[in-house]
Write a protein that binds this ligand. Structure first.
Ligand SMILES: [Zn+2]
Length: 239
């Protein structure tokens, strides 16, 4: 027959196990850290080459559109040239046309340099695409053991969470609430065992402060939940 405090202490152990294993699962082992970094770097560079290429493609499309608009406008001016009455109107139109030609030239220059950029990035991307599968396979190969370890941890974490759930279901909500509140403030440890440090002297195992004799006798009678007067944790006495 287990007491509520036995169950509470067990729940705490299980929750600490969940925390510890979750932390371990998320932390890449030291000997794999640089392998992981190199892999992520290769991926980043590959993505960056792709991004440059697609940005240049977008810019090219925009420039082509602008050039088309300028050319259409130019055609209109050239038609108007045939029907102008004065030489002032004529030279004003010529000025407009010259301005448009300049705008077109600026964009054509930019298009040329974009073509160069795109050719470079495309070669770069091709090379990276070619190398990437081998890099990825090598990475996964080196990660294999760790992935298997992570899978074991996942299963253990899931099992521990299930146990915690069923332990919670057996506990009184009020006690559980107190437990959770203390746990939050005390790094996951809400229940502290009582250690005997002398024939008639006991201490809180979490903060090591000695218990008053009255507190110890309360614990022995276990009438109600007893808290450590120093760290305020729930005291757990195993006779
Ligand atoms: Zn204490």
């Amino acid at each position: 027959m287990t007491s509520p405090l036995d169950r509470l202490f067990l729940l705490q152990e299980v929750l600490l196990e969940v925390d510890q294993k979750t932390e371990r699962r998320g932390r890449t082992p030291d000997h794999l850290v640089h392998i992981e970094a190199a892999y992520h770097d290769a991926r980043r560079q590959r993505d960056a080459a792709g991004a440059i290429l697609s940005q240049a493609g977008e810019r090219k499309k925009a420039l082509d559109g602008e050039i088309q608009d300028f050319n259409e406008q130019m055609k209109k001016y050239q038609q108007q040239l045939q029907s102008v009455k004065t030489s002032r109107e004529y030279s004003a139109l010529l000025n407009e046309i010259d301005g448009l030609k300049r705008e077109v030239r600026i964009r054509e220059d930019e298009l040329l340099s974009l073509d160069e950029t795109m050719a470079g990035s495309s070669t770069d991307l091709d090379r990276r695409d070619e190398e990437f599968p081998a890099e990825e396979a090598g990475y996964e190969e080196q990660m294999k053991e760790w992935r298997a370890e992570q899978a074991v941890l996942d299963a253990e974490i899931a099992a521990a969470k299930k146990r915690a759930k069923s332990l919670r279901a057996e506990l009184e909500p009020r006690l559980l609430k107190t437990f959770e509140q203390i746990r939050k403030k005390r790094a996951g440890v809400a229940v502290a065992r009582v250690d005997m440090v002398g024939p008639q002297t006991a201490a809180c195992s979490a903060c090591h402060v000695r218990l008053r004799p009255q507190l110890l006798s309360d614990l022995r009678l276990s009438k109600e939940t007893v808290f450590c007067e120093s760290c305020k944790r729930i005291l757990y006495w195993i006779p």
